[in-house]
Write a protein that binds this ligand. Structure first.
Ligand SMILES: [Zn+2]
Length: 169
């Protein structure tokens, strides 16, 4: 059952220690956007969450969902900037600065998603140019059976995070 496979990958090991966790709400929302139907279009948005105090752990508590201003097709997703920026700013204020911009997510119409050359170039550009508190960003691709996540330091190259099986928790 794909849903179970999916749920084993909500925690990831970061390359330099600590882990990245997607909250249950976030996983439920991402699950809705999986491109299982033949005509389903790519979706995407940003990851928002917190840096756990005195650790290298990160929790994604919220994601933005596609808006009407985004351009979407089966193999393409282009996020409109303005609306999302409003949401990011609002979240930061509502949660007294503890809900930060952590990165981006988008879907792929493949079981086990791989970033395209366009994705990699785009991620590096975002990591270089976006404004964010911490020294890194995460980029998640939501496939039909798996979610995969890459971490990029400000001037670095993408490093894939390894999933932590739920049995290891
Ligand atoms: Zn992509």
């Amino acid at each position: 059952m794909p849903a179970l496979l999916w749920l084993t990958s909500v925690r990831f090991q970061r390359p330099d220690g600590g882990c990245l966790e997607f909250s249950e709400d976030v996983v439920t929302t991402l699950e809705r956007y999986r491109q299982n139907a033949a005509g389903a279009t790519e979706s995407g948005g940003v990851l928002l969450g917190r840096l756990v105090l005195d650790s290298a752990d990160i929790v994604v508590d919220e994601i933005t969902e596609p808006t009407v201003s985004d351009r979407r097709s089966r193999f393409f997703f282009f996020r409109s900037k303005e609306r999302t920026q409003k949401r990011v700013t609002k979240a930061w204020c509502e949660f007294n600065g503890t809900r930060n911009y952590l990165g981006e997510w988008h879907t792929h119409p493949e079981d086990d998603p791989r970033p395209s050359p366009h994705d990699l170039a785009n991620w590096k550009r975002i990591a270089r140019l976006a404004k964010y508190e911490q020294n890194f960003l995460f980029f998640a691709i939501v496939g039909r059976l798996q979610i995969r996540v890459w971490e990029i330091a400000k001037q670095g190259t993408p490093q894939e995070l390894s999933p932590i099986e739920s049995t290891q928790l």
